[in-house]
Design a protein around this ligand. Sequence first.
Ligand code: URA
Length: 435
Amino acid sequence: MRAVDLIIKKRDKLELTNEEIGFLVEGYTDGSIPDYQMSAWAMAVLLNGMSAEEITNLTLAMARSGETLDLGQEVYPVVDKHSTGGVGDKTTLTVAPIVAACGLPVGKMSGRGLGFSGGTIDKLESIPGFKTDLTTQQFIEILKEHQIVLTGQSADLAPADGKLYALRDVTGTVQSIPLIASSVMSKKIAAGAHAIVLDVKVGQGAFMKTLDDAKELAHTMVAIGKLSGRKVIAVLSPMDQPLGSAVGNALEVKEAVEMLKGIGPEDYRYHCQHLAAYMLLLGGKAATEEQGLVLAQRAIDNGSALEKFCELVIAQGGDVSYIDDLGKLPKAGIIHTIQAEESGWAAEVNAQEIGESSVILGAGRLKKGDPIDPAVGIMVHVKIGDRVEKGQTLFEVHVNDECKYNEAMVKIKKSVKISNEPVEAPPYFYGVIGL
Ligand code: URA
């Protein structure tokens, strides 16, 4: 078999067999298929799609590219969550400790930033010492001892996704239902959780721009999850504007930890509480969503969720003094503010423009392997539907390089549209699939 023939087959809209998909995934993982061929193939998939059978085969081949954990032997039940990616989406950092503090183990493999969307692993690395490349053994040991573990992709678990994810990030091949579904679900299957809550984002700052596409992605992933014997549901949530206020790695860690103390933006609070409630429901700790909400709130109120986060940081080698004193987290040298140029109501706070601006500032990558600057980012002080007065501060931009700021500033200003008429605030959720 030759990789070039499989690229041509996909380019010509033909279906690949299970063996052909296995050949590509194995070859890419062991290095015999180079980046340039895999990126050409990924682009052909993005343009021409895949059948349901191809998506399942791709997911299983990527899950098989490394070890697959059977956590049933070790800890039961383990719950996981995964977002399809958004701007300001620091939900895992808040929700995982809430759920673990309620007595439900959370074992999660997360990603780095992808395109304009941030990644949990990059955020966690703002905490000095925090280790995100755990071996399988370390993953299991930390999960058993602390009921919570958050790791990045390693050479052990779904390494094919780790490589392909980094390649897609810089080759314009992120926005593809087959590639997102297989990327998310291969990690979930390899990491062994028994119950999975998927958070499928929809809107300007999501990879899925329409509710129909988001539903298709959600159904695809729920079906793959069920085929592999997991309990899976997918929440559909809006991502037209950033979630919460903070966009950028250390800024998001700060906002996530503050939410564990019960402080922070309302949309973010609502989102975290509901995702935690669904995880508790799916993992059997709550009989209803309402009961899950009560348990999640209790874990915040009694401090056990914050304690669990600190336990996680220590268990994974991080310096917990940065959590005790959030002021120690990396800080940018300059903070610029951007004001409203007119009065009215905020009709648009475009999450994609803001996400791209944060990448320009250095919070994300333009090329594979680029270093990121944990300190830079944007605090967004306006939400769709808000009344805005001319001169009001809409954004605080945390910057370490003035040239990058000048470029990002144009985009940030463009992200906001002010209307003369009142604008309705968008909903916090669009629904749940698979419950
Ligand atoms: N999250 C993932 O893990 N993979 C994708 O492709 C997109 C979001």
